[in-house]
Design a protein. Structure first.
Length: 316
């Protein structure tokens, strides 16, 4: 009864407000941000006294919000992400045959500087473009070797330079930031994953010179990673976990053209971020003689977040 009286009082108060005040309240509700149960306007002013903040969620919705929060936290902690495209179950080398492992590793790093929606290479402040001179400095190469690298990227239709403005654009079917519908290209025959920008940059700073090729392993295994579990497998598109067919180290070595599986395992073990492995191994529940290879979601992750907590725990 008390709630009904309060409600009637609210309705009378609303009816008595001037039309301009009503429009102001409606606009505030449309653009407000809720933090810890309090409402704030676009300018950051506390407007909790003007609007009623009510959270209505079912138990299922609440679990969904937890998943979104986990995924959002992953993105924020690792510097946001860029979409990396690939052909499922086909190696990067098949798609870009002229690129070396070092070229692929540098391409991952360059991809982290793709601007939102435009595909232009630019600095973090969003104002300064990254031209050829600046890009040469970023990848830390001599002018001769950099020019050779740039020509290979152009030949593979990865980079395009506007010689008049100095701007460099990345093919959106290779790396893209923004809403997928804004990419402007047909990617129906491609799959994609999130590649986390700061993590890749940290890895690039660590792997230089002769060890740079090891970083390319991350890009090389992308086409074989299951979206929700980050397990390297034969059927990465499978959505039912029990139906996954994990790819053993020996087979992965053959796919990546490593003559010695032991050499591949040493290379995988050497790739670490903040002293945590990028690749780890978990005993296969169906065959305890085999181990599943799992990739750290701090580097790449395409799932919806439902299994994120369990995967992350493996690397902590």
């Amino acid at each position: 009864m008390t709630r009904q009286i309060d409600r009637l009082e609210e309705q009378r108060t609303w009816a008595g407000l001037h039309s301009k005040v009503k429009h102001g309240v409606m606009a505030a509700k449309e653009n407000m941000t809720v933090v810890d149960g309090r409402a704030y306007s676009e300018t950051g002013r506390d407007i909790s006294h003007l609007v009623d903040v009510v959270v209505k969620t079912t138990e299922k919705q609440a679990r969904g919000l937890e998943v979104v929060d986990d995924l959002t936290a992953l993105e924020k902690e690792n510097g946001g992400f860029v979409f990396a495209f690939f052909k499922q179950s086909r190696t990067i080398e098949e798609r870009f045959p002229s690129l070396t492992q070092q070229d692929v590793a540098r391409l991952m790093y360059i991809g982290t500087f793709v601007a939102w929606k435009t595909g232009r290479l630019q600095s973090e402040n969003g104002k300064a473009i990254i031209n050829r001179e600046k890009l040469e400095q970023l990848v830390e190469m001599s002018s001769k070797r950099f020019n050779e690298l740039f020509r290979r990227y152009e030949a593979e239709d990865i980079l395009r330079e506007n010689v008049e403005t100095g701007e460099i654009f990345v093919n959106p079917s290779v790396f893209f930031r923004g809403n997928m519908k804004d990419s402007g290209v047909d990617v129906s025959d491609l799959q994609y994953t999130r590649m986390f920008r700061q993590t890749v940059r940290d890895l690039y700073a660590k792997f230089k010179g002769r060890t740079l090729g090891q970083l390319a392993l991350i890009y090389s295994v992308m086409p074989f990673i299951n979206f929700n579990t980050n397990i390297v497998c034969y059927n990465p598109e499978e959505t039912i976990e029990e139906m996954l067919r994990p790819m053993p180290l020996e087979k992965l070595a053959m796919v990546l053209e490593y003559a010695n599986p032991g050499k591949l395992k040493r290379a995988l073990n050497a790739v670490k971020v903040d002293d945590k492995p990028v690749f780890t191994y978990v005993t296969n529940a169906h065959d305890r003689r085999k181990q599943n290879i799992i990739v750290n979601p701090r580097v790449i992750y395409a799932g919806d977040g439902k299994g994120l907590g369990a995967i992350t725990a493996l690397f902590n």
